[in-house]
Ligand binder design. Structure first.
Ligand code: SF4
Length: 248
């Protein structure tokens, strides 16, 4: 008897969009793989909840299989940079003298602990309307609608302690402690913008600096710092690129 024909069978072929997207993502991940890895502890990361994760980052410990940045993650980072450029233009049009480079054409930044701790600021405001005190650190972040609403509702210090630690540390190291920092948050979904002034918090800056020393010392001594939680299902761990290694 002849085999029955299956007219409903369709071999799932990648569509046009899948093909183009894959080409883009392959190009982005290849480009990212060529970038030299950071060989210092980033000041912007010190507010991370987990000091062990910061150790893994600093020591360039290989991430778990499949935990490298995807093309989509890299596009999200790139979009953040584009939005930051837009925010610079908006503030300048509004009358803020916002500088993003020093007189040598370099990004404002600092280096401590023999170059093992570094940070690069988004900008410094040297003149502003409405009597805002200057010079002031400027930091800009973009966020999805949920996170942006939380920042706008509770303020950056409560909603995003990691950004608050970065701001305090940069104010301290860049000598911008007299004037509150200007913090900008852009809602990636709706293009709403949020601005707030963040006064210098010496305790917060000291705590971030002490944390950096603790991490660098532990790395030098070959010691693994404690996890931030006893629960491997903690949301910080669920999205951690070293989860398997950490809890193995
Ligand atoms: S898995 Fe959790 S405890 Fe381990 S390094 Fe990552 S965030 Fe820290």
């Amino acid at each position: 008897m002849a085999a029955l024909l299956d007219f409903n069978h369709r071999e799932k072929k990648p569509g046009f969009a899948d093909v183009v997207n894959a080409l883009i993502d392959t190009a982005l991940t290849a480009e990212n793989a060529e970038r030299p890895a950071r060989d210092y502890l980033g000041g912007s990361r010190l507010g991370d909840a987990c000091q062990r994760r910061l150790q893994y980052e600093y020591l360039k410990v290989p991430k778990d299989d499949g935990a490298e940045f995807t093309g989509r993650s890299l596009r999200i980072f790139a979009l953040g940079h584009v939005l930051e450029e837009l925010a610079i233009g908006w503030l300048r049009k509004a009358g803020f003298d916002l500088r993003t480079r020093n007189r040598h054409g370099e990004q404002f930044g600092f280096s401590a602990a023999g170059g093992r701790l570094q940070g690069h600021a988004d900008g410094v405001i040297v003149a502003a309307p409405d009597g805002m005190a200057v010079p002031a650190l400027w930091e800009c972040k973009s966020a999805n609608a949920k996170n942006w609403r939380d920042i706008a509702r509770r303020g950056v210090v409560k909603a995003k302690p990691i950004y608050a630690a970065q701001i305090a540390l940069y104010q301290a190291y860049l000598g911008l402690t007299d004037a509150p920092a200007l913090f900008t948050a852009i809602n990636k979904d709706s293009c709403e913008i949020w601005h707030e002034l963040v006064p210098f918090d010496a305790e917060r800056a000291q705590s971030a600096s002490d944390k950096a020393v603790r991490i660098l010392r532990a790395c030098d001594a070959g010691e693994l710092l404690p996890r931030h939680t006893e629960d491997p299902e903690h949301f910080e761990c669920r999205f951690c690129a070293w989860k398997e290694r950490c809890w193995a």
